[in-house]
Design a protein around this ligand. Structure first.
Ligand SMILES: [Zn+2]
Length: 191
């Protein structure tokens, strides 16, 4: 899978998002039955007077993933733009259901973004942080929420519990040059 880039025209300057300050990945729907990424881009410019589409990434009904603001500061939820990445799925999930392709692409994208973000980042719906139905009652958030990245401490605890490794062994693992990546791999395999 891949993230496709559009030749979006912005009416202002994009501001880089500090990836280490990201705490949440927030999921949205367009709340419109047929709008695509360009419709949302145009709408956010025309009606909201934003520089362009507010979402960092957008997933069409056929599963195509587009970069919106990418790793720049988005506009998706009041108070949650400086510490969140926003993914929008095309559709109104108060009356429609997301396609299988969308869910598959969404999971791939969340997993990829989590790998770029700091430990402990969680995944949630817009409605978990604002007064909205977004991303709609037919969007199953549960399986996305379960993808949250464990903190380093949680990873170590899990490995110790499941594999019975003692503190010294864990210490040794952490001193190993690729220790952090290895610990995360092990924790994910045991989760
Ligand atoms: Zn939303």
């Amino acid at each position: 899978m891949e993230i496709k880039k559009l030749d979006l025209k912005w009416t202002g300057k994009l501001q880089p998002l500090l990836i280490n300050s990201v705490k949440h990945i927030i999921l949205h729907h367009t709340a419109h039955p047929s709008w695509n990424v360009m419709d949302v881009h145009n709408y956010h410019q025309r009606s909201n007077n934003w520089i362009g589409i507010g979402y960092n990434f957008f997933i069409e009904k056929d599963g195509t993933i587009y970069e919106g603001r990418g790793l720049n500061i988005g506009a998706g939820a009041t108070g949650y733009n400086l510490n969140s990445l926003h993914i929008c799925f095309a559709g109104n999930f108060e009356s429609q259901t997301p396609t299988e392709e969308q869910i598959k692409s969404g999971k791939w994208l969340v997993r990829y973004l989590l790998s770029l973000c700091p430990f402990g980042v969680d995944v949630m719906g817009h409605k978990n942080v604002g007064r909205t139905a977004c991303p709609g009652k037919f969007f199953t958030l549960k399986e996305f929420k379960e993808m949250r990245r464990m903190t380093k401490e949680e990873q170590i605890k899990l490995i110790q519990e499941k594999a019975g490794l003692d503190d010294n062994t864990m210490m040794y693992l952490q001193f190993y040059r690729y220790g952090d990546a290895l610990i995360e791999k092990l924790a994910n395999a045991m989760d």
